[in-house]
Design a protein around this ligand. Structure first.
Ligand code: ATP
Ligand code: LTN
Length: 334
């Protein structure tokens, strides 16, 4: 992407917390790759968001670099798309402050992610966790974004982003582009392997998730132990057969074969075959990504250069919006 915007703008971010799961890959990253050519894209490693939960500094640093390498290994082109760390572009935090002044306590307290994370981290319900969606809105609005590809769990955060943008546009017409979410039904929500009625999250226990750095034997073992149900019929029915439907959905996303075709091909076979083939499709799909990521991580200089250059490209765009916002709001600019 050149710094003169021509195509519509796409923005998304992933937190560098833990290892990226196949939920993040299917729900977010693989859609980024599909959309990359049709948009001017920014893909952020949202390290400031990660701080809303306590992080080990060395691990956060390493995970940030690993995520940057993974974006590229998954197929994104850092010469075109802007792949960068959120903390390298200070305008995110600056705009977040402004948006904080246009966001109500009431609407933030309705956010389900805040309620979930407050329960999970009851000893650390900090103000950053509460205003997390405002920083996310700043990420998006800073680049006059058109489209935001995310998983279904982020839908509510996209709604509040649109509400903030519309509220501010009501006072200062034309301030922000109002972004649209992109949440395809087939990739929206990959479920936990051990509790298939819950979404798979990278901060969940290891046996319930498949991560992008898992080795083939671990992938096979985890799928084999995945929770299904007491019937034997392979059928796509998320309501009544969440475990089996999740495996079908993972296999379909990993192999490209439609769910209908998998169901008719496996007709009469047991859950063992479904698990084995889901594991094989996953191993096959992840293999080249894992190899490429390892290779990239060996080239520290290249990675540092990519992140530095791309942060500069992002800043150029971010400053345009921030200056406009400061000016319209009446902050004195000499
Ligand atoms: P954490 O456990 O640290 O909260 P997470 O796994 O929920 O992490 P995020 O960094 O919050 O991951 O999300 C990155 C992207 O992946 C978002 O677009 C999110 O909607 C998407 N995503 C996360 N989990 C899933 C899932 N199980 N299915 C589909 N998409 C998902
Ligand atoms: N909150 C998101 C990560 C995120 C994001 C963004 C996604 C932060 N800023 C901007 C899309 C656009 C999550 O997945 N938990």
């Amino acid at each position: 992407m050149s710094e003169t915007i021509k195509k519509p703008v796409l923005f998304s971010g992933i937190q560098p917390t833990g290892n990226i799961t196949i939920g993040n890959y299917i729900g977010a990253m693989s859609n980024f790759v599909k959309l990359e050519n049709d948009y001017d894209c920014l893909f952020s490693i949202v390290d400031l968001h990660a701080l809303t939960v306590r992080q080990d500094p060395a691990s956060l640093r390493r995970k940030s670099l690993e995520l940057a390498a993974l974006y590229i290994a998954a197929g994104l082109n850092p010469e075109e798309s802007i792949i960068y760390c959120q903390s390298h572009v200070p305008q995110h935090a600056e705009l977040a402050w402004i948006l904080n002044c246009f966001t109500y306590m009431g609407e933030l307290s309705r956010m389900t992610q805040f309620k979930d994370k407050s329960q999970k981290h009851a000893d650390n319900i900090n103000a950053g966790l509460f205003t997390y969606p405002v920083l996310m809105a700043a990420d998006i609005l800073l680049y006059q974004t058109d489209l935001v590809p995310v998983g279904a769990d982020q839908k509510q955060h996209l709604e509040i982003t649109r509400d903030i943008a519309e509220r501010m546009n009501g006072i200062h017409p034309g301030l922000f582009k109002v972004p649209k979410p992109h949440i395809p039904k087939e990739t929206a929500k990959i479920m936990s392997l051990t509790e298939p009625e819950k979404k798979m999250s990278k901060s969940d226990p290891d046996d319930s998730i498949i991560t992008l750095v898992d080795k083939p034997d671990a992938i096979l073992r985890k799928f084999k132990r995945a929770v299904t149900d007491s019937e034997t019929e392979i059928r796509f029915d998320p309501e009544n057969k969440p475990g089996v439907s999740n495996l079908l959905s993972i296999m379909s996303n990993m192999s490209g074969e439609s769910i209908e075709s998998i169901v008719s091909r496996l007709n009469g076979q047991g859950y063992g075959a479904l698990k084995q083939q889901t594991a094989e499709a996953t191993i096959e799909r992840l293999k080249p990504i894992q190899l490429k990521q390892e290779e990239l991580l060996k080239d520290k200089e290249y990675m540092a250069k990519v992140l530095k250059t791309n942060a500069e490209r992002a800043q150029t765009l971010a400053l345009r919006t921030l200056r406009k916002v400061y000016k319209k709001l009446g902050l004195y600019q000499p």
